[in-house]
Design a protein around this ligand. Structure first.
Ligand code: SF4
Length: 299
């Protein structure tokens, strides 16, 4: 009598499984290292595997993220990661989509997409490594730079009022809005896990100090100021309280989950996705000849 073979249990996964083939070339001490590690640990805790995840970025120091990460990945155009990610999520609504980038890429160059992804409620997680400066181009003001900040592009001090990504996302319809700090990795891991589990568009704005070009908003600045909303019994369903807390900037700056609400995602409202599995896995319903007739004139 032949022995019945039992399926091998799937090997246990560790954060090393999400480590890319290339080591980051970020400056020693850059906050982005902490974010990279936090995402790896969060995905292990959630039981996800590299083939179930895609990371998508624009351009900037932090946007090199997909190259340092083992999963599906796309390094797209400056400010366009959210547009590409929307397409990826609609083509394969079963994959976990994580967008990574910086404040210049996401809130400046890609500000338009940031507005519209919030109102569309696309089911993905957006991690913005906010260092309040353009780091890759060696230090110019970004949309989140403090007033008065002196940089190469503002030798007499920044005169442009910074935007607040949290209130902007809440007002535009985002259904999960949080803020993390690279100097508190455990808290950041918890937020990332929570955001990935949320169904809908989730933003985590992360203070991720640029130790080379922003000497105003470094670890010494944040360490004594950062307060956790969780310690204050904040109600994340209260958008008014969320906005009030998000606007606080000075001796006390809040991190944690500011706002969460449930409403249908873009995918939930798209009838094409209702049955038949992800579009990317379906066969295209035209013959090779028909496809050639469409494509040939464009070649
Ligand atoms: Fe990080 Fe700034 Fe160095 Fe870029 S320039 S890697 S943001 S510390």
């Amino acid at each position: 009598m032949s022995e019945t073979k039992t399926a091998e249990p799937a090997p246990e996964i560790t954060s090393k499984d999400f480590k890319g083939k290339v080591d980051p070339d970020w400056c020693p001490g850059c906050g982005d290292f902490s974010v990279l590690k936090s995402v790896q640990v969060a995905l292990v805790d959630l039981g996800l595997r590299p083939h179930e995840v895609v990371t998508i970025s624009g351009i900037g120091c932090s946007s090199n993220f997909p190259g340092y990460f083992n999963a599906y990945g796309m390094h797209t155009l400056h400010g366009r990661s959210l547009a590409v990610a929307t397409g990826v999520k609609m083509a394969n609504h079963e994959i976990t989509v994580i967008c990574t980038g910086g404040d210049g890429d996401g809130y400046g160059i890609g500000g338009n997409h940031f507005t519209h992804i919030s109102r569309r409620n696309v089911d993905l997680t957006y991690l913005v490594m906010n260092n309040q400066i353009y780091g890759l181009t060696t230090g110019q003001i970004s949309p989140t730079s403090d007033l008065g900040m002196k940089t190469k592009s503002t030798p007499h001090g920044n005169i442009e009022k910074p935007l607040n990504p949290l209130t902007q996302a809440i007002m535009n319809g985002a259904t999960y809005v949080a803020r993390g700090y690279a100097g508190d990795q455990k808290h950041l891991q918890m937020l990332i896990k929570d955001a990935i589990q949320h169904r809908g568009f989730s933003l985590i704005d992360i203070f991720s100090p640029c130790v080379t070009f922003n000497h105003d908003n470094d670890y010494a600045f944040f360490r004594p100021r950062v307060r956790k909303l969780e310690d204050e019994g904040h109600n994340a369903e209260d958008w008014k309280a969320a906005c009030e807390k998000a606007l606080m900037w000075g001796d006390e700056i809040y991190t944690g989950k500011f706002f969460q609400v449930q409403r249908p995602t873009l995918g939930d409202q798209e009838p094409v996705l209702e049955e038949g599995g992800p579009i990317g896995h379906r066969s295209i319903a035209i013959t090779d000849e028909q496809a050639e007739a469409v494509i040939k004139p464009m070649m």
